[in-house]
Design a protein around this ligand. Structure first.
Ligand SMILES: [Zn+2]
Ligand SMILES: [Zn+2]
Length: 147
């Protein structure tokens, strides 16, 4: 990790009122460098060479999620997956692809959830959560490896 990115991580964490502990910074850095959402198990495995136990890593994930630096997604398999929220990676704005065979989850940043203005004749209006993108969109199919 470069000096500069460490400073950047530190100030991102501190700006949310969290202490910039080494484990919290490492968890956030890992999620920022990943282009797919990671489960607690994935994160713990990747940081297994560090001294932190899995409970500490889990607490860091939930703290970061509550602070809005990380977004939690459940693609339907009851496993929380976490991804960093940054300007380039607006986690709430893109759908996730889920492979129905192997369970791989991928971000689809090139697909955006757009809500068209409903005509006045339209009977139903989308819920506020949809307009504010407080929803999760999951696209299911076979990944390249399973086809
Ligand atoms: Zn697959
Ligand atoms: Zn994503």
């Amino acid at each position: 990790m470069t000096r500069q990115s460490l400073d950047e991580l530190r100030s991102a964490v501190r700006s949310k009122g969290l202490r910039a502990t080494p484990s919290r910074l490492a968890v956030l850095e890992l999620l920022r460098s990943s282009d797919t959402p990671m489960s607690h198990g994935d994160v713990a495995d990747r940081l297994a060479n560090q001294a932190w136990d899995r409970a500490t890593i889990y607490r860091n994930l939930t703290d970061l999620a509550e602070a809005g630096l990380v977004r939690r997604t459940d693609v339907g398999d009851h496993v929380w997956r976490f991804e960093a929220v940054t300007d380039e990676h607006e986690a709430g704005a893109h759908p996730h692809f889920v492979c129905t065979e192997c369970g791989t989850v991928e971000c689809l940043p090139e697909i955006e959830l757009a809500v068209r203005r409903a005509s006045t004749a339209a009977r139903s209006k989308p819920p506020r959560a949809v307009k504010q993108r407080q929803v999760e969109v999951h696209v299911r199919g076979l990944c390249d490896a399973c086809q």
